[in-house]
Design a protein. Sequence first.
Length: 76
Amino acid sequence: MSDQAHNVKHEAVPQWAEGLYYKRGLFSEAMVYHSEDAIYFEVRGQDSGIVRFTFEMVDTLKKVVEEREALVGSPK
């Protein structure tokens, strides 16, 4: 894990998390990390929560975006 990840003072960050990215700013805290089968986006602050995107979901989203761009053209 990065040096920033070691500074996270929250016990809920899974020990198996790889590629942890830690950033303070727009939210009180936002973290992105992944396991072997999913990407997690965690936001802490007034509206805290965790969103889990499986790699299958991300791949499907990529295909949908590519198909849409093929139909309407690339955004300017």
